[in-house]
Design a protein around this ligand. Sequence first.
Ligand SMILES: [Fe+2]
Length: 187
Amino acid sequence: MTVSLANSPNELRTICELPTESALPRAARFLADLVKEPAFLGSQILPLLSEAKHADGWYVARRYDAPDGAYSLQVFVWPPGTGTKIHDHSSWGAYACALGTLLEERYDRTDDGSKAEHASLRKAWQLLWSPQDGTSTVLPGDGGIHRVGNPGESVAVSVHLYGPRLEEIDGRDYDPSRDYVCDRTED
Ligand SMILES: [Fe+2]
């Protein structure tokens, strides 16, 4: 399938109107196809590399949001050695690496969530993702606690699709060194 951002809004809306279990495999296929498309790589990804060399941290270089919040497509740039904190999202999410390699760590929660601002985590798995490896998907909230970073020595770029938010907040940030969790109010 040929994918491009020019014709993607309808496809993205269709995907994001599906129930989560149907949306995730469609989102995964969409992103895996998108990051392999030469026109997309040439126009949207490769131009990011020159500015990325001067960045200290990871950042969102491009963002395409549905006006009604039905989806958000975001292009992340990861200079070498950068990475997120452990977090989750209030929507489902999917991402595919378009350049370089990303390390994803995934966590399970071992407490019952009954104590405010308390969460104990157990690392479930970690995987390296390169463009040929397809798409990683996360469920909303506790079903998708993760951390993503670039352990390599060259810039990585990834494309993320988030479905509709199920809560007012964007997601949660976790600090396992003190079993702490808090709401995140902005990206
Ligand atoms: Fe995330």
